[in-house]
Design a protein around this ligand. Structure first.
Ligand code: PLP
Length: 440
């Protein structure tokens, strides 16, 4: 067991290697008791930081509802389950059949689809299944540029590269914050992609899906909308309805604004596409899938349906209020000419604050957690890195934040980033705000 810390990832960056070494140096007791104690302390501190005291504005996360948490069963997740109900490889799983029929039925109903494939462990796998079903090695797919929210799982460094695909950036209209509709027809004519992927890791305003589909249709490409971030709004009938508007496939993560367990979904109204992508999920990319995840997924989907859009509306109203408050504090907030946002996302240009990463690190010291993000008006290879800060209101909304708490949060962000305040004092005040809301 004497493992050199460097052997974990000697290829990682110096910053990552230093942190790995620091963590490993803290392991003084690798006995069962020692490891159990180490794990318990880490989980306890993590829960305190995020669940009890922190202001989590990271856009790609959420907390499952109490009802969904109550049906989460790690022991079911640890049981293999392979194949369709009625023809499973294992015997005795009839009760899991119920979950496996219930979850996709409820998810499909929410997003306006005939079919939902819910067995992917992540949206990245869901996207890989889509690429694999629709494009052969050497084929081209067209995706949003990284600076415009194109995700790793859309780009050659990620899933499309695994399939050996050629990836090209869609023409982008910075003014419209959307695909450049004027340049798109000629671009598709030149590049001939099999698949066009829209939907982004930062999405302030809806895509013009209907117009984009008309153009992709004429070019013979399949239009995929990756709603990983927007799924909670889409499922509530808010923001936009990608399938009704013309996207042929909808993929998404189930743990971001959707608020369920981690996982990926592929939904469609097209029976042929449904069969092709589903066959890539199983038996293509998954053998035994996690049936335990499907219980909280089903409950989360039922909650979204029963809620009638109230949570989604609060998330969007909170984002608008937060954006306005940040603007009033003196931040440069994206989308100012269009009311800042129509989703639960807000973006701040942190170019003058040392860039997104540096600003996010300073806020983390104050107990405010979020991430950097590329902004459409930067260069992909900007040496300063991602120049934006990305904010999502989906978690704080669930924690009981309204416009008052968000105005206070915006003021704290201004203290830290614009006026160099002591982050420790703000971390304590932020924890008090969270604790006060919990007690309410
Ligand atoms: C987060 C994200 C994903 C990846 O989701 P995972 O479930 O974590 O694999 C895919 N696409 C987009 C646009 C995302 O933002």
């Amino acid at each position: 067991m004497s493992q050199e810390p460097q052997s974990i990832a000697p290829w990682a960056s110096p910053v990552a290697r230093a942190r790995i070494a620091e963590v490993a140096a803290g392991f003084t007791d690798l006995s069962l008791d020692g490891v159990t104690g180490t794990v318990r302390r880490a989980l306890g501190e993590h829960a305190r930081r995020f669940d009890d005291e922190g202001i989590v504005l990271y856009a790609g996360t959420n907390v499952m509802s109490p009802a969904a948490q109550r049906v989460s069963e790690p022991l079911v997740s640890a049981r293999p389950s392979m194949g369709w109900p009625g023809e499973k490889y294992q015997t005795g799983l009839d009760q899991l059949d119920i979950l496996e029929v219930l979850a996709p039925t409820l998810v499909a109903r929410l997003v306006g689809a005939r079919f939902a494939e819910v067995r992917s462990q992540s949206a990245t796998f869901a996207n890989l299944a889509v690429y694999t079903a629709l494009a052969a090695p050497g084929d081209t797919i067209a995706v949003l540029p990284q600076r415009a929210g194109g995700h790793t799982s859309h780009h050659a460094v990620g899933a499309p590269g695994v399939r050996g695909l050629r990836v090209v950036d869609l023409p982008y209209d910075v003014g419209a914050l959307d695909v450049d509709l004027h340049a798109l027809p000629e671009f598709l004519e030149d590049q001939r992609p099999r698949v066009v992927v829209i939907g982004a890791s930062l999405l302030l305003f809806p895509h013009r899906v209907e117009a984009i589909r008309e153009i992709t249709e004429a070019a013979g490409a399949v239009l995929v909308y990756d709603a990983s971030h927007m799924a909670g709004l889409v499922a509530a009938g808010r923001f936009q309805r990608p399938l009704a508007e013309g996207a042929q496939l909808l993929t998404f993560s189930t743990y971001k604004s959707f608020g369920g367990p981690p996982g990926g979904v592929i939904a469609t109204n097209d029976a042929d596409l449904a069969e092709r992508v589903s066959t890539m999920v199983f038996p293509g990319l998954t053998a035994n899938y996690d049936a335990g995840r499907l219980a909280p997924l089903a409950v989360t989907a039922a909650e979204i349906h029963q809620d009638g859009g109230a949570y989604a509306d609060r998330c969007v109203a909170n984002a608008k209020a937060f954006a306005a408050a940040l603007h009033d504090e003196g931040f440069t907030v994206a989308g100012a000419d269009r009311g800042f946002t129509e989703s639960h996302h807000v973006a701040v240009d942190a170019h003058l604050l040392g860039g997104g990463r540096a600003a996010a690190a300073r806020l983390a010291a104050a107990g405010i957690y979020l991430s950097a993000v590329g902004l459409p008006w930067q260069n992909d290879d900007d040496p300063a890195g991602d120049r934006g800060l990305r904010i999502g209101t989906q978690e704080v909304t669930r924690r009981g934040f309204g416009p008052d708490e968000l105005r206070q949060t915006a003021a704290w962000m201004a203290e830290v980033l614009l006026r160099d305040a002591d982050p420790d004092a703000i971390r304590k005040a932020a924890a008090d705000l969270r604790t006060g809301l919990l007690a309410r």
